[in-house]
Design a protein around this ligand. Structure first.
Ligand SMILES: Cc1ncc(COP(=O)(O)O)c(C=O)c1O
Length: 357
């Protein structure tokens, strides 16, 4: 048996949506983008959604719209994908790393106060692996210091915190549609969501040469737009997101049942609707297990083996993050996607049981 780590769903509706764009001759800033933005905003319970070219673009544009610049500080976890933090660094700001909670793998709110300084201009909470960050204490602390909160929901489409959709609680939420994500646009793509009109307008302009009118650029912008073909695919994928989320949660529940006594399985906080972008276990001989699974046709991943504060380009120097530093050597992401069959889940669990015995 060969089991893929993730799989992109394609059906005739998606093929036909792409064909319609090809036949229409309209490839950017058309009806698909407008509709996708409206539908995605509705899904997230936000006023606005702005389609962009990737999750990284979404974070860069967010940092630009918040005015992040040289010598500002941006608080972010280190146990995440580099793009949570690199746009701030790219703009000359300093990422200030906060450790993660060992249960949820998301930013530890009890360590936030100590990380805040007079230069803190944003807090980025990452809903890592599909588990929402503990937003209430994060928002309380941020509000008391008047610091905007960005939700990096690139791994958490359809996630919920106390019944609220990921992306809708902070000042801005960002999503990625990279092909392995919980929904995709069959390539790179991303979305920024917000209910703040001013920020929505700024981001919308910044992604399109800083303009509202064709030949007048009011602000310095870039081209980080989402094209019509990916927007059309995204609209079709969004229709499936609720059923795919249910299936991911069912796969996770089955993994939990079969593996609870074998390895450290992930936990979901009582207030969390975990959407299992990744199903991440922990074990001492992680590399040995990964090799055994590979030898048995099972693809796995490590998210992430090098934390952001240890990435050479981030030039962070000595930073003490004991939870992050312990996790990175023990974590292993198992195959997880909604097309997985019960037999496949069983096979993965069996091979892990075999290896442990
Ligand atoms: C947590 C997180 N932030 C940001 C990104 C960046 O998204 P993209 O790959 O679409 O640029 C990703 C996805 O890879 C991610 O997982």
């Amino acid at each position: 048996m060969h089991i893929n780590f993730s799989e992109m769903y394609v059906d005739d509706d998606i093929r036909s949506a792409v064909a319609q764009v090809l036949d229409s001759g309209r490839f950017i800033k058309g009806n698909n983008l407008r509709q996708f933005e409206q539908e995605f905003a509705e899904f997230c319970n936000t006023e606005y959604a702005i389609g962009v070219s990737s999750g990284t673009s979404a974070i860069l544009l967010t940092m630009m719209a918040l005015g992040i610049k040289k010598d500002d500080e941006v608080i972010v976890p280190s146990h995440t994908f580099i793009a949570s933090a690199s746009p701030a660094k790219f703009l000359g700001a300093t990422p200030v790393y906060v450790d993660v909670d060992p249960e949820t793998y998301t930013i530890d709110p009890t360590q936030l106060e100590d990380a805040i300084s007079a230069n803190t201009k944003a807090i980025i909470a990452v809903h890592l692996y599909g588990h929402p960050a503990d937003m209430d204490p994060i928002m309380d602390i941020a509000t008391s210091h008047n610091i905007p909160v960005v939700e990096d929901a690139c791994q958490a489409h359809a996630g919920e915190y106390k019944g609220k959709r990921t992306g809708s609680m902070g000042d801005i939420g960002v999503f990625s549609f990279f092909p392995s994500k919980n929904m995709t646009v069959a390539g790179d793509g991303g979305m920024v969501v917000t209910s703040n009109e001013e920020l929505a307008e700024k981001i919308s302009m910044l992604r399109d040469h800083g303009r509202k009118e064709k030949y007048v650029s009011d602000m310095l912008g870039l081209n980080l737009r989402l094209s019509e073909i990916p927007a059309a695919v995204g609209r079709e994928q969004l229709k499936h997101l609720p059923e795919w989320t249910d299936r991911r949660r069912a796969v996770a529940a089955e993994y939990d049942r079969l593996l609870a006594d074998v390895v450290d399985t992930p936990t979901a906080a009582a207030w969390a609707k975990h959407v299992y972008h990744l199903y991440v276990i922990q074990t001492d001989d992680r590399d040995g297990l990964a090799q055994y699974l590979k030898d048995n046709g099972i693809s796995t991943g490590i998210h992430y083996p090098v934390p952001v504060h240890k990435q050479p380009c981030m030039e962070a120097g000595d930073v003490e993050l004991p939870v992050t530093d312990t996790l990175v050597d023990r974590i292993l992401s198992l195959p997880m996607h909604p097309q997985m069959t019960d037999e496949q889940v069983q096979y993965v669990a069996e091979k892990i049981q075999e290896w442990v015995q």
